[in-house]
Design a protein around this ligand. Structure first.
Ligand code: ISL
Length: 537
């Protein structure tokens, strides 16, 4: 039997369980809600689902602070519900990917509770990074590392007598202590977690913060940051090789790394026949809406993946960044990761127009494409959230200077004229965990379903064409000559994609049939900010 290597060309839909669909009527999305919406996902035409964390968690970082990696948080359901969901998704032809978070756990994890109890010098503390502080009374953190969410990456414990004790390391929130990956027990634990989910039939594992696990054991100051003491360390590769050996004992399973590295050569080192199958390409996400910039990003990405024979991945949005409808409607379209400038004005109509083109572009490129829930509805970032409702630790830890990531995590609108737009079951009086805006009635799945001009219809048509086009599953990709500001490429022999990023209408290549366009064509011309898929003759 040969492997079909589905992950090389899959369209993977990211489900953020808290905000996808609420089946139980408490205002929080859950597994029951996902199960009722599987027909929607199958009809949309994606190949796979990636579930952001659904494990027991105090939710200090929306579930990325995990207390037990082998169970489901009661707010989402039970392990039996997860098994049923995996079975039903497979029945519907959808592969399933779970999120594994190996860099850290929750302070509520039994190992951490035990480590705090057991005190300095204990074996329990060896599973994390506990260190005495600096200064006369140990009142200063052990080194200068900063948390990615703001503030020092260290928090001090309190001794039983009330005095200050050792500090522990957390690259993210204080509720997310980092594991010590130098300890074999940590390695064994995650290998067992991997098997736990692979045994339950998941088709892939998304590895959170995959380049951050290993730390220089001397814990030197970051200083000038060269060499970086915790990013992209060589020891990581041995860990992922052992994960690959485990994964290879199952059929057609994929390891997918969340790897933020600006250096594409370093990035590609993780994509080996004996390491990860794929990793997210975040360059695309940070790229300007500009023909030359996009072309450069596409070329760099393809060039990085070619020598290692790994599929490229294309990501427009996820649960950590400003939604691309809003990014693309701004004068500066690039700052995907910077939530501080979040309040810069955005032209929604323009952003939507560009997002439609970006969908056709990303779905026509070689490799795997990721769709974040709500991309297919053209949801904008919700910018009008009041500070009181914001939950993201990024907002709270920055003292409000960074508005954080709640604006892209607002519960999906399914149907109806007003909140909760069918997010919670009919008759429930629950309020969604983050408030939905008043103007979303035209964006509901129901409102878009039968509208030929909707974003949802565009995605459905594009995904249907992608499934029926063998050219999009082979790796061949060639740029076609065009005028400045226009991107055009050929896939295989006869599939073409043209995107006009210029300010003026552009002629289509001659002798083509238009398969799909992101906006009506005007007299054979492609209007600005429009894309088309073509059959080339
Ligand atoms: O490492 C980074 C920058 O150098 C970060 O961008 C980091 O890779 C990213 O924030 C990791 O995100 C993931 O892990 C976080 C969680 O809050 C995010 O939602 C998740 O996607 C901690 O688990």
């Amino acid at each position: 039997e040969t492997s079909d290597r589905w992950w090389r060309h899959a369209v993977i839909y990211q489900v953020y369980p808290r905000s996808f669909a609420d089946g139980t009527g408490d205002g929080i999305g859950d597994l029951a809600g996902i199960r009722t919406r599987l027909p929607y996902l199958a009809e949309l035409g994606v190949d796979a689902l990636w579930f952001s964390p659904w494990y027991p968690s105090p939710m200090a970082d929306a579930g990325y602070d995990i207390a037990d990696h082998r169970d489901i948080d009661p707010v989402f359901g039970t392990l039996a519900d997860a098994e049923a969901l995996l079975g039903e998704a497979h029945q519907a032809g959808l592969r399933c990917i779970v999120d594994v978070v190996p860099n850290h756990c929750s302070t509520a994890h039994p190992w951490f509770a035990e480590a705090v109890q057991a005190g300095p010098g204990s074996a329990a503390r060896e599973l994390f990074w506990f260190r005495p502080g600096r200064g006369a009374d140990g009142e200063l953190p052990p080194n200068d590392w900063q948390s990615i969410f703001g503030g020092p990456a260290w928090t001090r414990t309190t001794n039983p007598d009330g005095t200050g004790g050792e500090w522990y390391l957390h690259l993210f929130a204080p509720e997310q202590p980092d594991f010590n990956w130098g300890n074999p027990k940590v390695r064994e634990e995650f290998e067992s977690i991997l098997r736990f989910w692979l045994d339950r039939g998941v088709d892939g594992i998304r590895i959170d913060s995959a380049a951050l696990l290993c730390k220089d054991p001397a814990l030197p100051d970051f200083g000038a940051g060269d060499p970086d003491p915790y990013t992209d360390r060589d020891e990581l590769h041995e860990i992922y090789r052992s994960w690959r050996r485990i994964t290879d004992r199952y059929r057609d399973r994929a390891l997918i790394g969340e790897i933020w590295l600006p250096d594409t050569e370093r990035f590609a080192r993780y994509l080996r026949p004996d390491e990860l199958h794929q990793a997210f390409n975040f360059d695309f996400l940070g790229c300007h809406w500009d023909a030359a910039a996009l072309r450069g990003c596409i070329d760099d990405t393809l060039a990085a993946h070619r020598p290692v024979d790994a599929p490229a991945t294309w990501v427009l949005s996820n649960h950590d960044v400003v939604r691309h409808v809003t990014r693309y409607g701004r004068a500066d379209t690039s700052f995907a990761l910077d939530h501080r400038q979040h309040r810069a004005p955005s032209d929604r109509a323009l952003g939507t127009r560009r997002a439609r083109s970006a969908a056709l572009l990303s779905l026509a490129l070689p490799g795997a494409a990721y769709v974040y829930q709500g991309d297919e509805l053209g949801l904008p970032e919700v910018e009008e959230l009041s500070d009181e409702v914001r939950q993201d630790p990024m907002f709270h830890r920055s003292g409000g200077t960074d508005v954080g990531r709640d604006g892209c995590r607002v519960p999906l609108p399914w149907a109806g004229r007003r909140p909760p737009y069918g997010f919670s079951p009919a008759g429930s009086d629950a309020t969604p965990w983050l408030p939905q805006p008043a103007g979303w009635a035209p964006l509901t799945a129901q409102a878009q379903r039968d509208d030929p001009a909707s974003m949802l219809t565009l995605y459905r048509r594009a995904l249907a064409i992608r499934r029926d086009s063998p050219e999009l599953r082979d790796e061949r990709f060639d740029w076609l000559d065009t005028r400045p500001g226009v991107l055009a490429f050929r896939r295989g022999d006869g599939f073409g994609c043209v995107v006009n990023l210029a300010a003026h209408p552009a002629p289509l290549p001659s002798h083509v049939a238009v398969l799909l366009a992101s906006a009506p064509l005007a007299g054979g011309l492609l209007p600005p900010d429009t894309a088309a898929w073509l059959r080339l003759r």
